[in-house]
Design a protein around this ligand. Structure first.
Ligand SMILES: [Zn+2]
Length: 304
């Protein structure tokens, strides 16, 4: 809070990041903009439209001060197990509805990147885990959700909510994210036995025969990540709809992958992502067309 003491200071901080490669208009991308004397607004020299430093970013046109956004970002990324929107509302000083909105906007910036994660001939562990599936009075029975994860030993993790754990689901993910040069460690599930056919060197753990720590064949790294994820899942969020599960996974992955960085580096990374983000409407978050679980996360807050 000391670092972001005033709204003016926050705006200047964000302006530096947003226009790092030079000024531009978020409406038409023109490179010449004029600043109003109030320091709050800009006008494009080409299309003549006005905008603020938040226009065209995940912060959107919200009336929420940058200072509150920054406190929320800090809290969301520095608490080990994440933070519920109920607690976020209390700490930031906004309504629960606003906190939920902020929470989801910030998480949007924590999304995992596309592309291959494991470039060189390292060891990658791949595994699935399951969450949810409890019978709940208010929400009815929900099948367990499958999460598929890949981790480079001593390095980065990627994880995805997948509809099922079949070959046609997991193999494309592996091919997309793991370099063919990597050695892959898994459990003895059938799907992974096909890996050598795709050119991967594969070692599988035989849990039943207690050979899981035989030489370097083990899945300890990915299991540590699952343990961390589940502590957050059960400890903070209690229940979450499948629709929002990927966002929570992304958040956990982000925190894990940034774990060796200092808070200011983590903060800067998110601020950069938000400064370069597009818009995400509140409507799209709550009432996605044809989504069976529409509004369910909001319903969760109302009943909390
Ligand atoms: Zn313009």
């Amino acid at each position: 809070m000391k670092a972001f003491r005033s709204e003016d200071y926050c705006r200047k901080y964000f302006e530096k990041i947003r226009f790092a490669d030079g000024d531009y208009c978020p409406h038409c991308r023109h490179g010449k903009i004029n600043r109003f004397s109030d320091g709050m607004r800009y006008r494009c020299a080409s299309c003549k439209r006005d905008f603020t430093i938040k226009t065209g970013t995940l912060f959107g046109e919200s009336k929420i001060p940058l200072k509150k956004w920054f406190i929320a970002i800090f809290l969301l990324t520095q608490s080990k197990k994440g933070i519920s929107s109920v607690s976020l509302a209390k700490f930031v000083g906004v309504s629960q509805k606003t906190a939920w909105f902020m929470d989801h906007r910030i998480r949007e910036a924590l999304k995992q990147n596309d592309g291959q994660l494991f470039g060189d001939a390292g060891i990658v562990e791949a595994d699935e885990t399951y969450v949810g599936g409890k019978h709940r009075r208010k929400h009815g029975f929900q099948k367990k959700a499958v999460i598929f994860g890949m981790i480079e030993r001593g390095g980065l993790v990627k994880a995805f909510h997948v509809p099922h754990r079949g070959t046609e689901m997991l193999l494309p993910k592996i091919k997309e994210h793991i370099s063919p040069k990597a050695r892959i460690m898994t459990d003895e599930a059938k799907v992974y036995q096909k890996l050598p056919r795709f050119g991967y060197t594969h070692g599988s753990v035989k849990h039943g025969k207690r050979r899981w720590v035989y030489k370097d064949i083990n899945t300890n790294s990915i299991e540590s990540f699952w343990a961390l994820f589940k502590r957050g899942y059960h400890g903070t969020h209690h229940w979450m709809s499948k629709k929002h599960l990927q966002r929570y996974i992304d958040e956990c992955v982000f925190r894990f992958n940034m774990r060796t960085n200092t808070p200011d580096v983590v903060f800067l990374e998110i601020a950069k992502r938000i400064a370069n983000s597009g818009k995400l409407s509140y409507k799209a978050l709550t009432y996605e067309k044809g989504n069976k679980e529409k509004g369910s996360a909001w319903a969760q807050i109302k009943t909390a």
